[in-house]
Design a protein around this ligand. Structure first.
Ligand code: MOS
Length: 688
């Protein structure tokens, strides 16, 4: 087992997160959130705020510098007087201390011309439309064969609608930035998943050249997607630093995060499965309804996993979205696959019950030989092996399928299974490797470690490629001044970065060998770029798969659900750092448990705001909720996705967990909860 290379720094507090860095003469900025959900800013009166001693500036739509790049309306800070959602930053106060900035912000008087708002997603919303594509740029709809006819003719049918609520990532470290200008160049210490991409995006907004913005993210306290792109805090910090001529610290508060750092859009998903009496699918349909904002289109791609999970000749997937007066939805761990697989894998359980086929066996019976929509061969597909291994480890054999019949005292017991999947991809990245005359190796890449263990994994990968020990390698990441790299997102970090790192390290080793090991006094450096390698990837369908098994007990009197056992078995290519991989997978499963039982951002239709502004209101799984939790990885060979042979593991762990738990709850109680989370009240009313 490899210890985390940054573990000692983190547990002793030496590791500094973005806003913790000392900055000489730092000023602080505090944002003023919009107090209406839609309308126009009539006027901003900053006089009371400016009268406070220590206030340096109040930034408003009246005096904010014009931003040249307004393509991303969420980053076009103070460029318009229109309010698109409640909580949107509409002004800000900059002061010598945090307390003064906060006080000043509360004294900024904004008067509005409110307009009626619409924040409620409904299945029949007249504003629903077909977006051009779904996140990130995938097909909106797909159709193969004749779904309607095949579904109508099917011997066994399931037609069920599942809903998932809005959810928020809430990483432990809120979004935070320090901005400092040196002439026309900007340095940002930022809590980001991707220094290279963030630098490019900020430069575009500010109208700067690519070399004029440097983003440093040495340690990041979680992201899950929320830090995959710069948010308003980054632009606000840059603007305030420009105006005051001082370094400016800007930390989004937990309360503000509900509005300005993205959320997982709620979903309404209709799944229709048509099958023969033996459970073999003939028709698969998945229709998704979701929301986006009026500022920006983001469509959660919840039906995409349905396109490759199971064989069936007739199939259809669709996505529709409506623009509401809500904050722009965004990335949250396994966007699309996570809510989508709750629906599909719940429906598969309903089908298993209707056919009288064991739910593990049902999935095995519907394994496709090739991608069922595109006909592409899979690079590797080991869902069946995950299901079999999981069933054996979990003790699935001999399970009585009858729901609601196992009772021990007040507790009803049940077990459930669901499949997991996530795309396995890599994106072009660059890396530099060098050796000094003294034999010290340095490897540089603008990767980010958001708590995943990326630093540890890449150090191990580099050492292996160089044929030295990890102690001989100094790895530098988390800085856009290093060779540009993919973000820590899309479960693509390890595959993308290790590809570039191994390529650079192998080339360096070759260069050393070519000189018979004689390193010149100035050392040797090589640079690698995987753009051509990634572009040359074959047309295989590539996914990580997994199978999750849950045991639950449900208090028959109170509806309390406990999850004594969760087992996930995954096939994710070669596991380059087993201890860190296990943490990613059990972390994902914990987040899936949290999704199943707790997480829910409730929209207040009257005021147009997500109600839960703290972790007291936004419930997440706590330690006491997590009982037996086990993640196992099967040995799998992924021949093409870079020399490390790794597929992604960051997101697959959350996919399917909620369905496994909901299926187990049904097995325990006979109650099918199709709307997450599985709250007590949903188990206390009867449902057929
Ligand atoms: Mo992940 S939602 O791609 O950071």
């Amino acid at each position: 087992m490899t210890a985390r290379v940054d573990g000692p720094d983190k547990v002793t507090g030496r590791a500094r997160y973005a806003c913790e860095r000392p900055a000489e003469r730092a000023a602080y900025v505090w944002a003023v959130p919009a107090a209406i959900a839609r309308g126009t800013i009539r006027s901003v009166d900053a006089s009371q705020a400016l009268a406070l001693p220590g206030v340096l500036a109040v930034i408003t739509p009246d005096n904010a510098p014009r931003l040249p790049g307004t393509g991303d309306q969420e980053l076009a800070l103070f460029q318009s007087r229109e309010v698109a959602y409640r909580g949107q930053f509409v002004a800000a106060a900059v002061a010598q201390t945090l307390e003064t900035a906060r006080d000043a912000a509360s004294r900024v008087v904004v008067s509005y011309e409110p307009a009626p708002h619409d924040v409620t997603l409904t299945a029949g919303h007249p504003g629903l439309y077909k977006p051009e594509f779904v996140n990130p740029r995938q097909q909106t709809d797909t159709a193969t064969g004749d779904f309607d006819a095949a579904y109508a003719a099917a011997a066994v049918r399931v037609d069920a609608t599942y809903t998932t609520p809005a959810e928020h990532n809430h990483p432990m470290e809120p979004h935070a930035t320090i901005a400092e200008w040196h002439g026309d160049t900007l340095t940002l210490h930022d809590a980001t998943q991707g220094p290279s991409r963030a630098a490019g995006q900020v430069a575009a907004v500010l109208g700067l050249g690519p070399g004029q913005v440097r983003v440093i993210a040495e340690h990041v306290g979680g992201g899950f997607g929320a830090k995959g792109m710069p948010r308003a805090n980054v632009i606000l910090a840059a603007m305030a630093a420009r105006i005051t001529g001082r370094p400016v610290k800007c930390a989004v508060t937990r309360a503000q995060m509900a509005a300005v750092t993205g959320h997982r859009a709620p979903s309404i998903q209709r799944v229709r499965l048509g099958a023969g009496p033996d459970g073999r699918l003939t028709a698969v349909g998945h229709d998704v309804i979701g929301q986006t904002s009026t500022l920006k289109e983001f469509t959660e791609q919840s039906a995409v996993a349905t396109r490759h999970m199971y064989a069936a000749p007739h199939r259809r997937t669709t996505h529709r979205v409506v623009r509401l007066d809500v904050p722009t939805p965004s990335w949250m761990r396994a966007p699309g696959e996570c809510p989508g697989m709750f629906a599909l894998e719940s429906a598969m359980d309903e089908l298993a019950q209707r056919c009288g086929v064991d739910p593990v066996e049902l999935r095995l019976r519907n394994e496709p030989a090739v991608h069922p929509e595109t006909g592409q061969p899979f690079s590797s597909r080991n869902l069946a092996a995950c299901l079999r291994e999981g069933a054996a480890r979990f003790g699935w054999a001999g399970r009585d399928p009858a729901p609601g019949v196992r009772r021990a005292g007040r507790w009803l017991g049940g077990t459930g299974v669901a499949a997991s999947t996530y795309p396995a991809r890599a994106a072009a990245s660059q890396a530099r490797a060098s050796v000094s005359a003294a034999g010290r190796y340095q490897v540089r890449i603008a990767a980010a470690d958001i708590g995943t263990g990326a630093r540890t994994a890449l150090t191990a990968v580099a050492a292996e490629a160089l044929g030295v020990t990890a102690a001989d390698v100094e790895l530098r990441i988390g800085d856009s001044a290093l060779p540009p790299a993919m973000i820590a997102g899309g479960s693509m970090g390890t595959a993308s970065w290790s590809w570039a790192v191994i390529k650079a390290c192998r080339a360096l080793r070759e260069a050393i060998r070519a000189r018979d090991g004689a390193v010149p006094p100035g050392g040797l450096t090589v640079h690698a770029d995987t753009a051509p390698d990634v572009a040359a990837l074959s047309g295989h369908a590539r996914y990580t798969f997994g199978a999750q098994f849950a045991e639950v007990r449900v208090d028959a009197d109170t509806g309390e659900v406990r999850v004594p056992r969760l087992l996930g078995v995954f096939a994710a290519g070669r596991i380059v750092a087993p201890a860190q991989a296990r943490s990613q997978l059990i972390g994902g499963m914990t987040m899936g448990l949290s999704m199943a039982l707790h997480e829910e951002s409730t929209m207040d239709p009257q005021f147009g705001d997500y109600l839960h502004h703290d972790l007291a209101g936004y419930h997440i799984a706590a330690h006491a909720d997590v009982l037996g939790l086990e993640a196992v990885c099967l040995a799998e060979d992924e021949p093409e996705l870079g020399p490390a042979g790794a597929k992604g593991i960051g997101e697959v762990g959350i996919v399917g967990t909620a369905a496994a738990i909901a299926n187990a709850v049904h097995h325990a109680t006979g109650i099918r909860v199709r709307d997450l989370p599985i709250r007590l009240d949903k188990l206390l009313r009867r449902n057929p």
